[in-house]
Structure formats: C-alpha cells, structure tokens
Design a protein around this ligand. Structure first.
Ligand code: ZN
Length: 155
C-alpha cells in the first residue's frame, strides 16, 4: 500500500494529519498524530511466493538428452570389437562411410536418431539423460515419470 502523502511503498500507518485521516509512511506520519498501525498488505506476501511456484513449472521441462562426450571413442571401440571396418558399419546401418569417419574423428556429432541407430547396432550407450541439478530439489518422483514417459514415446 503506498503512502497517501508521498506515494512511497512500504510499511504504512494510519495517522491524523491536520484533521484528515491518511494512510502514510513512517516519515510522513511525523507530520501528524499516529492513530494506528496498518498491517503490511497481504499482496506483498503473495508476490514473494509466486516466483517460486513459477520456477517449479519451468524446471519440469529441463530434461536434456545429450550425446556422451566420448562418443567417437565409444563408437570406434565397439565397431573394432565387432571386427568391422568403417565401411562395413556404414553398410550395416545404411549410412555413408564418410559419416562414420567424421563421427569417429569428432568432426560430426550424431543426432539423436543416428545415435540410437549406433546404440542399437553396437550395443553401446551414446545418449545420456540430463536433468538440471536444481530440478532434483523439487519433485524427483514426477521427474522420473517424465523420463519414463519420454522413453515410451520415443519407442
Ligand atoms: Zn510518505
């Protein structure tokens, strides 16, 4: 509630100022006689709690899928374990040999679809689910459900 004399927001009180009862701040109340203290408006309390609520809603969506950092090494090693040349692997997963080359030399980061292809064929893990750490402070249970939902959708 703003002070009726100077307009300043903050703690206000009721005061008799030259015969008029006004809601004023501590400063302006000095010009008159204080009648009663006015409670801090409830509005202030609400606006304090709102940002927190909003945060919960936005962090729910911060689930990230990332390609592992050492994807090139993981793919190369898995391929070699299977005794396949880049050319062989390319043929098996119906991609170009140059693509395999570029991926194994970290010139190209595979997208999610391609990464899944590698994962399935080479039986490796290339995709990591990441949650922003601050999200875990909130509903860990519902976040876990979100991961499950996402996986079942992608299948
Ligand atoms: Zn004032």
């Amino acid at each position: 509630m703003p002070c009726e004399m100077c307009g300043k927001e903050g703690n206000v009180l009721k005061a008799d100022i030259e015969g008029a009862v006004l809601v004023v701040c501590n400063e302006c109340a000095k010009f008159g006689k204080i009648i009663s203290r006015v409670r801090a408006p409830i509005k202030n309390k609400k606006s304090e709690s709102q940002p927190a609520k909003k945060q919960v809603q936005t962090v729910k969506r911060e689930l990230l899928q990332l390609i592992v950092e050492d994807y090139a090494k993981v793919i190369k090693e898995a391929r070699e374990k299977l005794g396949l040349k880049q050319q062989d692997l390319a043929r098996k997963i119906a991609e170009k040999e140059s693509l395999i080359q570029n991926i194994e030399t970290e010139k190209f980061v595979p997208g999610m679809d391609l990464a899944r292809k590698f994962e399935r064929f080479l039986k490796i893990k290339l995709i990591e689910q990441h949650e922003e750490s601050h999200q875990q402070k909130f509903k860990a249970k519902s976040a876990a459900l979100t991961i499950g939902d996402m996986l079942s959708l992608k299948k």
